[in-house]
Design a protein around this ligand. Structure first.
Ligand code: ADP
Length: 586
């Protein structure tokens, strides 16, 4: 602004002009000032609008920590109007037990000269609403100087929702760990309820199972937290009737999640409202538990705040209940399997015992019968030798029958003894070269081979772990039968072995009379034969012995055949550790 000085001896017109100039100047100065004030007012308005529309609570306090400014978010967060808050000490919104620390922290900050600091709930920062409820916050504080006065601006963010999601997440991961380690159902359910309360910070959790009784009642199987007799007063059912239409009954009956944001107003909670609210519960979430398609029951979680469960938390708790359902299913399957295994083991032990008893009996009987039978045979022979032709013709015939019968009985007893001996002694005692074994068998059977003109061939047979005489018995029986049960054509018999993943597979193939498929099992039973002795001699013990030997080694024996087109007897011998390394003997 230009300053015009009045001239000392000035004339009239000049001074008037000067006056006008001065007037104009002061007018524009006033205008400028007004404009500046207007701009200031506007920017103040803008600032106020920003402050009052902010999501975070913004408060300004003076050096004595009295509230000077309290924005709309603060009013909402602390449940207190700005009019009530202004002039009050900041401590009003700090839980009583932290007042001393709070005061000290703020004055230390004010004295430090630092302009800004952030504080978070990690350090245990809590605020208190006008109603007395505490909640976790994150806050930042900064110093400003207005008109040489130091003021503090505090920005507060309510992080209860975030924290709830974090806690739900933490309980979910802890619950998953419990699921992995769980060994039995009752302790798993208890652990999950404990975690929901202790880690998740909910007020109470309980699991109810649907009972399939007449009343369709709900049985409490686990609970944790502040319960105070509430569950006893519930008297719940999952039946489609009034008491079954509450959250638990509905969740169990329909398999859906039931959320109650406020027990005070939710009509579904009417029957339990009083009892629940008396114990400080305000919101609940009930999640169904399933074993596959079958609805088992539900887990109910109670919180003290209205609308305690937000969307993210709901998802996490749904995951938790799904995982719990899966855990229960897995535990039940494991339990069933364990029971089945135990039952099987008991059966096997019983069978083994009765088999051993039977074997012992067969052995003792056949062994003890031999002696008196030897006497019968010896004396009928003596009778035959001494009295043949000296009594009448009938007597000769009868003596003949008696000694024939006695001899047959001797053979049967010998076979039975041989059969019962298979179960005694070691299973495998060394390596058996099956090629050498076959040579030996052909030697033993040479007269039958010569007589029938049979052609017996064998491929490269392996070294196996077994007891020499037992494997010899098997192969000799099979080759012997192949020769015995021949047709008109020259008997062609081939013995082969091949290595599979788990065992050696042997086959003895012939071009003999064959066996009807319906008799394929029967022929392995003791004394079972398909032909009269006059047609084909034998006692029907050979294949029973083969089966017993092979099964003792953990193998299997069977026949593949059709009447008239030859038979193929096959058996397996499990591989021994060394077989797997070395393969077959050449
Ligand atoms: P056995 O030879 O003393 O009769 P086995 O136990 O060795 O007793 O055989 C039982 C029955 O199986 C025989 O009586 C016969 O009917 C049938 N069988 C066994 N081997 C053969 C074969 N290679 N071909 C046809 N039938 C057979």
């Amino acid at each position: 602004m230009k300053r015009a000085a009045a001239s000392p001896g000035g004339n009239q017109p000049r001074s008037r002009a000067l006056e006008a100039e001065l007037l104009a100047e002061s007018k524009s100065a006033v205008e400028e000032l007004q404009q500046a004030q207007q701009a200031l007012r506007e920017s103040e308005k803008r600032l106020n609008a920003i402050i009052h529309s902010a999501m975070d609570a913004i408060l300004t306090v003076d050096q004595q920590q009295h509230i000077l400014m309290f924005n709309a978010a603060a009013e909402k967060m602390f449940g207190c109007s700005a009019a009530d808050a202004i002039g009050q000490p900041l401590e009003r919104f700090v839980p009583q037990r932290f007042h001393a620390t709070h005061r000290e922290q703020i004055s230390r900050f004010a004295a430090s000269g630092v302009s800004k600091r952030r504080m978070a709930y990690k350090n245990g920062l809590l605020a208190v609403r006008a109603g007395g409820a505490e909640f976790p916050i994150e806050a930042s504080i900064s110093q400003i100087e207005v008109a040489r006065k130091k003021l503090l601006t505090v920005i507060v963010r309510d992080i209860s929702e975030r924290r709830r999601a974090e806690r739900a997440l933490r309980s979910l991961s802890d619950c998953n760990e419990a699921l992995v380690r769980a060994t039995d159902e009752p302790s798993l359910l208890k652990q999950i309820c404990d975690l929901v309360v202790n880690v998740g910070g909910y007020r109470m959790a309980w699991v109810g199972y649907a009972v399939h009784d007449e009343k369709k009642s709900v049985r409490v199987v686990a609970e944790s937290g502040f319960e105070a007799g509430y569950l006893k007063a519930l008297n719940l059912t999952w039946a489609d009737e009034e008491r079954g239409h509450g959250p638990t009954g509905t969740a169990i009956r329909t398999g859906t999640v039931r959320l109650c944001s406020d027990m005070a107003t939710d009509p579904d909670f009417a029957l339990w409202r009083e009892e629940a609210m008396r114990r400080g519960y305000r919101a609940s979430m009930v999640l169904p538990l399933k074993n596959g398609e079958e609805l088992l029951g539900a887990i109910s979680i109670y919180a003290p705040e209205i609308g305690a469960f937000d969307a993210a938390e709901k998802h996490l708790l749904e995951d938790l209940s799904n995982n719990l359902s899966y855990g229960i299913t897995a535990l039940r399957a494991r339990q069933e399997r364990r029971q089945a295994e135990q039952a099987l083991a008991t059966k096997v032990a019983e069978l083994a015992r009765s088999n051993a008893d039977l074997e012992q009996f067969a052995y003792a009987a056949s062994h003890d019968l031999q002696e008196p039978l030897r006497m019968v045979t010896a004396y009928t022979q003596l009778l035959a030798e001494r009295y043949r032709g000296r009594l009448d013709a009938d007597a000769d015939k009868f003596i003949g029958y008696a000694s024939e019968g006695a001899q047959r009985m001797q053979v049967l007893i010998r076979d039975l003894l041989a059969f019962s001996r298979v179960g005694r002694g070691n299973v495998a005692s060394g390596r058996v070269d099956c090629n050498a074994l076959m040579q030996q068998i052909l030697q033993t059977l040479s007269s039958a081979i010569e007589e029938s003109g049979a052609m017996v061939t064998y491929g490269e047979l392996p070294l196996i772990w077994a007891e020499h005489t037992q494997i010899a018995q098997v192969l000799q029986n099979l080759v012997g039968n192949a020769i015995k049960f021949r047709q008109q054509a020259t008997p062609m018999i081939s013995v082969q072995a091949e290595k599979t993943e788990a065992h050696w597979l042997f086959s003895v193939r012939d071009n003999g009379i064959g066996i009807a498929p319906e008799s394929a099992k029967e022929i392995f039973v003791v004394f079972q034969r398909l032909h009269a002795r006059a047609e084909y001699p034998g006692n029907g013990i050979g294949l029973a012995i083969c089966k017993k030997i092979i099964e003792r080694y953990g193998g299997r024996i069977w026949v593949e055949s059709e009447p008239g087109s030859g038979s193929s007897f096959k058996f397996t011998i499990p591989l021994h550790g060394e077989d797997e390394e070395e393969g077959s003997a050449k």
